[in-house]
Design a protein around this ligand. Structure first.
Ligand code: 13P
Ligand code: SF4
Length: 341
């Protein structure tokens, strides 16, 4: 068996298509607008894809956009769980993805049947019937359907704070985001699932320390999906939208950024007068998510013209998952003052 690195995922059905070359980002966006298609793209998508999109955002912003904009057709450039969330919020819309096999290691690491068993085990072990399960948005619709609340990297603490102070909490599936949440709320009884993001897990602490030495004035930003050693060496731990807020308030500063590599494009686009240094991973110098990279401009162009590949969620699953997504969306976002951690 060959030794797969994180960049060596097997080809998908969309990879095997004979695709026409895509026109420019502006032409694709104009085509989508003319054909009543809303293009949503996550900040981890390639720069040209971000430029083609009507809205670029983090998981929370894209979920909010999907719930607020009444779009008949949504082309989702991101990974499968994100498009599923858009479908849950827009059951009447045709939601499609350029490559529906774009997955996520976090979503894959938490199967609905395993979660159901663990919830029963933990309730019994704690002797409590008021266990509250929070799932990170990076989960399948079937997992969301088993949870009380969904959260994103941008609102995990607000979701925790919305739960009665004495209720035990099961936080799934990201052990690092969950670990960070536990550090921020030490008085809460929080139990963690044990899976991680293959991109953030691989940041090298040695290289980060070298970079900090090389750029002594740089401010280090780390995503909460990073392990504790990376978070501890960072000035700010924030989701992608939080990072964006920080760099927009700075001018002429240097930032070392420990998150998926394409985020640098977004930061440069929104706050061009800072310098950004991408923290490299242990095995991949660029830190690109292989799942996010499944979406290419040629696949996007094919998707816009054919309205493929459609994302569906069974009605009963969508209905149950919507309850936990809506609970999250009902929590008012706090206005963040940017204070160093
Ligand atoms: P956010 O967009 O919530 O920061 O999430 C990062 C991520 O890994 C999405 O897959
Ligand atoms: Fe999943 Fe990590 Fe890729 Fe985000 S960056 S989609 S969490 S594997």
């Amino acid at each position: 068996m060959t030794n797969l690195t994180i960049l060596d995922l097997p080809p998908t059905k969309a990879d095997l298509l004979d695709l026409e070359s895509a026109p420019s980002a502006a032409e694709m966006k104009a085509y989508a607008t003319e054909n009543n298609i809303l293009i949503l793209a996550h900040s981890y998508q390639d720069g040209e894809i971000q430029d083609s999109a009507h809205i670029v955002g983090d998981s929370l912003e894209l979920a909010r956009a999907a719930s607020e904009l009444d779009a008949p057709n949504i082309c989702f450039c991101g990974v499968h769980f994100m498009a599923e969330t858009a479908k849950i919020l827009n059951p009447e819309s045709n939601v499609f993805m350029p490559d529906p096999e774009a997955g996520c290691s976090l979503a894959e690491g938490c199967k609905a049947e395993d979660l159901e068993q663990y919830q029963a085990f933990l309730q019994k072990k704690l002797g409590r019937d008021d266990l509250v399960t929070i799932c990170y948005i990076n989960t399948t619709a079937a997992v969301k359907a088993l949870c009380d609340y969904v959260c994103t990297s941008g609102n995990s603490l607000e979701v925790i704070d919305a739960i009665p102070a004495d209720s035990p909490i099961l936080f799934v599936p990201d052990v690092h985001l969950g670990g960070w949440v536990k550090e921020q709320r030490p008085d809460r009884d929080i139990h963690l699932w044990d899976t991680a993001c293959i991109v953030h897990e691989l940041f090298s602490i040695e290289t980060l320390l070298d970079l900090k030495h090389q750029y002594p004035d740089a401010i280090t930003l780390a995503h909460p999906e990073c392990p504790k050693n990376i978070r501890t060496e960072s000035d700010y731990v924030r989701g992608t939208a939080g990072m964006l807020r920080i760099v927009k308030e700075a001018h002429g500063k240097q930032f070392i950024v420990a998150t998926e590599g394409n985020m640098i494009y977004r930061l440069k686009t929104e706050a061009p007068d800072n310098e950004y240094i991408a923290a490299p991973g242990a095995s991949c110098a660029c830190n690109l998510c292989p799942h996010m990279q499944r979406t290419t401009v040629d696949k996007l162009w094919h998707s816009l013209r054919t309205k493929q590949f459609e994302i569906t969620v069974p009605d009963d699953v969508a209905k149950a998952a919507r309850v936990s997504v809506d609970r999250m969306l009902a929590i008012k976002p706090k206005r963040e003052t940017v204070v160093r951690d």
